[in-house]
Design a protein around this ligand. Sequence first.
Ligand code: AN7
Length: 350
Amino acid sequence: MTTNFLIDSYSEFLPIDGDTSRKSLGEGNTPLVRSTNIGPEIGVPNLYFKLETMNPTGSFKDRGMFLAVAKAVQANSRSVICASTGNTSAAASAYASLHGLKSFVVVPSGKIAMGKLAQASVHGASIIQIRGSFDNALNIVREISDQLQIALVNSVNPFRLEGQKTAAFEVVDALGKAPDILCIPVGNAGNISAYWKGFKEYAAAGRASKTPMMYGFQAQGAAPIVNNKIIENPETIATAIRIGNPASWEKAASARDESGGVIDSVSDDEILHAYRYLASAEGIFCEPASAASVAGLIKTSRLGVDLSGATIVCVITGHGLKDPDTALSVEAVQYEVDPTIEAVGEILSS
Ligand code: AN7
């Protein structure tokens, strides 16, 4: 029985001390599952999925948020604030509840998946919808958290990346080595930066003999790093990564360059194809943004790169239940009939 898996497992890598709260919702320790069908079908026999969907609020954000909120408590903050495309707000409000803090979340109006809004609502966050983008929201909370001394828990808060880097440790621990390539969606670019930090620290500590190449994927309509310019009006079905000016842009570019990796883009069609493919061929239900990692890998494999000898991990960042609207837009095999054995039987035998 562990009280706080991430602290119990990785304390020497985390900026904690005796006064840091160990309260936990059970974040981390997520499964690394081997691909049964997609890997062999696309020429990547050693493909794994890191199921961050299994975190307590259904996304990887919990890894950094447990620490960011614990540190806010340690600094005597009474409330936390964040801008969000949805998952950060779900995690921030849950951990604020755990610690008895107030939470304020600032989100782009009408652009948040329904499940994520439901999470912030049920945890009692004050939800402020702005008629603007995530990027506008982040600028606002950066200013206002300073003025009002509310703890900012976006990934510009260094404790977020410190917590999130533990996912890299878990990948190495599960494989017994670092993978050759890590595929990951990129939005505000915190997660790719955190993984890269984690892989480097683990290698430096002698826990891995090398670091992987980092392959980041943005949505085509929200690909500032790929295009090397700020996108004023980002658009994508993958609302979680609908971000035009990522806060960790420089760190992500360094992760790409230092690791010998790439940051590329995938279209909404490629994202939706990977989203359905994961659901139908693997039984994995993720949200559209998460499917960008697999869409990117498929795109890479189609370029003719020989990946047959590579150990590759795709990070599945958030759960599909968060976005029921996208799930229900997939053409379902549905019938409505009279409540009789005959009527149901007729469908089964047709
Ligand atoms: C499922 O919640 O930015 O590149 O405000 O929810 O670290 O931003 C979410 C991002 C990938 C991109 N997958 O990670 C937010 C937010 C999912 C996400 C990303 C997000 P970063």
